[in-house]
Design a protein around this ligand. Structure first.
Ligand SMILES: [Zn+2]
Length: 1004
């Protein structure tokens, strides 16, 4: 018989000792960074805030020297050259025109073109304001954009010192110099001789950052001198805001600064400072970290393609993955982020890290990217060795999903069992092995099989990872294997997922057999909720094991997977039945069960219960019953019960593995814990941050901050402990939701309060954005608008909409989607009616619909930035769509009346106002055949008027209907019958030249 989820218990001794020897260098637990230690010191870069003052040369006074100089240039090169200057500097921002013939030989190079341009610059020195000595050819930025188009760039260096951000660009296209200019060319009036040297500056900066002797500082960039532009002071400064209007060429000042970049151990930032080389003033101090992520598609629960949790979800984090950046190494955070600097370096991963190393039987995985982009492993359809287009052979579904889930469960367990070094060792994770229908723990690592023989790939199923990993913890929890270890694995799986069906989607067809007690809905290997199996009966040794299980090595001498049902169901009952029955809410019951389970794992081994069929009990020191009670106890006295003793007894006794009776004093709930209530949590999303605040709770000494990325329905992991009532979670990923709750804790570690409410937070950038829910809209309907802005922090905001037809904007109010969220939504109705300022937006076919949002603060020092999104209105006059019948299902009902009751004439009217057609036809049949809508005949070409007289009506009881057409051979709908189905289906009547039927007519 197949042993589902087998494990090979005895690892070869030699291999085992090698493992120990190789892990003497224990990798430390991920340290919680001290978030924001230096954030309050931030000083914005003055150079970034200096605006240019774009001025057409024609706007200068006639007598101005610059204007006459450029006049001469145009007189020689052609009057159609356009010239825009920066009024602050007088240097050209952009000069473009009909082109100056420029020799570009076959063997032209950056160097040769740079040389020829130097002569041009020297010849026009008065206009370009550039000295030849300042220009350094920029080989990186220069080159052929196309075979016929060259870009040549010069950097600016004054007295051997670079000027930040200043350069001249020249474009030579098709044999002509066609444009040139400098984005900024400030006046450098600062002395190039620094009063402070590099060592002085470093000392000043350390003091500014209050760094102590214990701080480990990594100077990423040694101090380097540079010039930065400043706004001119004095009379030339004029208005503090708005474009510069002073004397042309007098708008800039400058400063000589030392630039230095450093990191401090424990802080996530890369801090860049500009320190004035004369005064020592900190001119700029900011975090320049270029965070990137390793991310990829992951199956949240199963690869069974039942969405959403059985379908691969893109952009999940790859936690704790080693990254090599050139020769340097890094490990991603739990959210998959890493510091991708220096930019333009190459970062790569193989999905190996301190805790998990994927070995994929499909081939090696290596994914590389140029910083600062994310390393995206992507997602794809298919299974087994299928990889996303262009990916390496080992970038499989199983590689990504197993790496994610195995890192998550180990992270969870490290919090509960901080002393178990196995949890900090690297776990080998072999996926896509060539067998099918199983997975196993081999004493050192976990192993997962490909799909086939009616089974899905076990490396794509969360519950299977968690089960096999559970065997690993069991072997390494300090007490050796528990018996049955299969229950241990299943419990570990459902404690994480809160799903009783272990390994959903393991089977491609049908549900699990349950050793004769069939699973009702579970497509995994076992369902640990007895009420989800055919007999609806709790499994006990004397009952289920004795009657359903084959012989084996379980405590009752039964096959271990079969016997695993008794222990597995017990813990499931504790979490979902007995703790809730004692008054805990569902989330708090799970949290307590999780704690009791993991905290009692240390040193756990041997039989989980005593068994000598038909008798069984939990009356020995190593049983799960005894161990859970020891963790639950609050007062050093088990004889008087424990805070949840009654619930624990109920769960274990239901399965015949408790000790004593329900009346025993030791099996009563009894607590010395003070009453500790639940906090109420509120949270708000910031840029890469979430901020939590909660209500104080009496009798607590602090709060566990719980977080996960799997959702409020799943297990959550302690992130931190707080003593106050606020917590700021930083270095998060914008757009990636996290789920938080907090739990008040008492002085006695057995005294926990319930969990607070669970709150989802999705961090978003401070730079706002606006989105429309479609790119093309019909001319009647709704447009939904979403604004995302994490530093707005208001209950509502406003966006405006305009269209080509209605250019005067309609303002609409957007409402925050949830308290604390950074997203705001609203909608506006589109109409084809004439434009009026009425709260709905008028559009006609081909219009552009424009939504605008004013971002008051982009988080980078800029105010009132306009954000925009556009879409098209598309509502062409469709003549080819046949209209539905005017049967009264919309508009006015059709009527038929006889002037002469005995005659053969019926006057018919129908609605052509609500839905006009180019022609109408009457179809009729025998009333007895109305259910099949069999057509007996028709009257063609009734026209567009909406009324007609039907002459020569046949005798008998008839049904009839008027249908529209498309002025060709397609007829519209015949309307719907009482069940909502189309009368007569989709087949045309064949009458009146109508050969096709279109039931999707555009009206109404
Ligand atoms: Zn197993």
């Amino acid at each position: 018989m197949r042993s589902t989820f087998g494990r090979r218990r005895a690892a070869p001794a030699a291999a085992f000792s090698i493992l120990l020897a190789s892990t003497t260098a224990v990798v430390a637990l991920q340290q919680q960074a001290a978030p924001g230690r230096f954030t309050a010191l931030t000083v914005d870069d003055p150079a970034a805030a200096v605006d240019v003052a774009t001025t057409p040369v024609s706007a200068l006074p006639q007598a101005d020297a610059l204007r006459s100089g450029w006049g001469q240039f145009r007189a020689i090169q052609g009057e159609s050259w356009s010239v825009h200057l920066d009024r602050r500097s007088g240097a050209p921002l952009l000069v473009e025109g009909p082109g100056i013939p420029w020799s570009v030989g076959k063997d032209a190079s950056v160097a040769s073109l740079g040389g020829s341009l130097r002569a041009f610059i020297a010849g026009n020195r008065a206009l370009l304001h550039a000295d030849d000595a300042e220009l350094v050819l920029d080989d990186d930025a220069s080159g052929a954009l196309l075979p016929e188009v060259w870009q040549i760039v010069f950097k600016r260096v004054v007295s051997g010192i670079p000027v930040a951000g200043e350069r001249y660009l020249f474009t030579i296209g098709h044999g002509n110099l066609i444009s040139f200019g400098a984005p900024r060319w400030s006046r450098i009036d600062a002395s190039p001789i620094p009063a402070l040297d590099a060592a002085d500056v470093q000392e000043l900066l350390f003091s500014y950052m209050k760094l102590g002797a214990d701080d480990v500082v990594d100077v990423v960039e040694k101090p380097q001198l540079q010039f930065i532009p400043l706004r001119a002071a004095g009379a030339q400064a004029l208005a503090a805001t708005g474009p510069y209007v002073g004397t042309p060429g007098a708008g800039y000042a400058s400063a000589l600064v030392w630039r230095v970049a450093l990191r401090v151990a424990g802080d996530p930032g890369t801090w860049v400072a500009l320190v004035d080389a004369q005064s020592g003033r900190i001119r700029s101090f900011r975090d320049d970290t270029k965070y990137a992520r390793v991310k990829g598609g992951v199956y949240p629960i199963s690869g069974d393609q039942i969405c959403p949790d059985g379908c691969e979800q893109p952009s999940y984090p790859m936690p704790f993955a080693n990254i090599s950046i050139g020769a340097a190494a890094q490990t991603t955070t739990t959210l998959g982020t890493f510091n991708c600097t220096p930019s333009a370096s190459s970062a790569s991963t193989t999905l190996a890290g301190p805790y998990v190393r994927v070995v994929d039987n499909c081939g090696p995985l290596q994914q590389t990217v140029t910083c600062n982009a994310d390393i995206d492993l992507f997602s794809s359809a298919g299974t087994d060795c299928t990889v996303p287009a262009g990916a390496s052979a080992g970038n499989t579904h199983a590689a990504r999903s197993s790496f994610y889930h195995l890192n998550r469960i180990a992270e969870h367990a490290r919090v509960w069992l901080p002393t178990r070094t196995w949890l900090t060792n690297q776990l080998p994770d072999r996926v896509n092995l060539s067998q099918v229908c199983n997975a196993y723990w081999d004493g050192i690592g976990v192993n997962f099989f490909k799909s086939g023989s009616g089974c899905n790939n076990t490396g794509e199923i969360a519950g299977v990872f968690l089960h096999e990993w559970g065997h690993g913890l069991d072997q390494n929890d300090g007490g050796g294997f528990d018996n049955p270890s299969e229950a241990y694995g299943d419990i570990t799986a459902f404690m994480s997922t809160h799903v009783s069906c272990i390994g959903r989607g393991f089977r491609q067809f049908g549900t699990c057999g349950g050793y004769g007690n069939h699973c009702l809905t579970c497509t995994g290997v076992r369902d640990q909720d007895w009420d989800q199996r055919a007999e609806h009966t709790p499994s006990t040794p004397a009952g289920f094991l004795a009657t359903h299980c084959l012989p084996g090595t379980g405590p009752c001498g039964k096959e271990e997977h079969c016997e695993g049902y008794v222990g597995g169901e017990t813990l499931w009952d504790l979490a979902v039945r007995d703790l809730p029955a004692s008054g805990l809410d569902a989330a708090s019951a799970w949290q307590l069960a999780d704690k009791l389970w993991y905290k009692s794992r240390l040193g756990s081994g041997g039989d989980a219960y005593n068994c000598s069929l038909p008798n069984s009990d939990g009356c020995s020191a190593g049983t799960w019953f005894a161990k859970l009670r020891a963790i639950d106890d609050d007062d050093g006295n088990l004889a008087n019960g424990t805070p949840h003793a009654a619930a624990i007894f109920a769960a274990f006794n239901r399965h015949g593995i408790a000790c004593g009776t329900a009346d025993d004093p030791g099996n009563q709930n009894s607590t010395t814990c003070p009453a500790i209530g639940a906090a109420t949590l509120t949270a708000s999303a910031g840029s890469s941050t979430s901020t939590l605040t909660w209500t104080p709770v009496a009798n607590s000494i602090g709060f566990r901050i719980m977080r996960n990325d799997a959702g409020c329905q799943a297990a959550t992991t302690r992130l931190s402990i707080a003593t106050g009532t606020t917590f700021s979670d930083t270095a998060l990923v914008n757009g990636y939701p996290l789920y938080y709750s907090v739990q008040a804790i008492g002085a006695n570690s057995a005294c926990d309060g319930p969990l607070s409410n669970c709150v989802a937070v999705t961090p978003q950038p401070a730079a706002g954005s606006v989105k429309l829910d479609a790119t093309v809209y019909p001319c009647a309907g709704q447009v939904a608008i979403t604004v995302t802005d994490s530093n707005l922090n208001a209950a509502s905001t406003t966006a405006t909409l305009a269209s080509t037809t209605e250019p005067q904007v309609e303002a609409i109010t957007l409402t925050r989607v949830a308290p604390g969220s950074a997203s705001y939504t609203g909608s506006i109705t589109l109409t084809g009616e004439t434009a009026t300022h009425d709260g709905v937006l008028s559009v006609t076919n081909g219009d552009t619909i424009t939504a605008r949002y004013i971002d008051a603060n982009d988080g980078a020092g800029h105010a009132n930035q306009q954000r925009m999104a556009t879409a098209l209105a598309s509502c062409p006059v469709v003549s080819a769509v046949a209209k539905p019948v005017a049967d009264g299902s919309f508009g006015t009902a059709m009527t038929g009346s006889r002037t002469d009751p005995a005659g053969s004439t019926i006057d018919v009217t129908w609605d052509v106002t609500t839905c006009a057609s180019s022609d109408h036809h009457l179809l009729y049949g025998d009333l007895a055949a109305v259910a099949s809508a069999a057509v007996a005949g028709g009257v063609c070409d009734l026209g567009t008027a909406g009324s007609a007289t039907w002459s020569g009506v046949p005798s008998g009881d008839l049904w009839f209907v008027v249908v529209g057409n498309d002025d060709a051979t397609t007829e519209g709908s015949w309307g719907t019958d009482g069940t909502g189905a189309e009368r007569g289906g989709g087949t045309a009547s064949g009458l009146c030249g109508l050969v096709t039927r279109n039931n999707s007519g555009a009206c109404p």
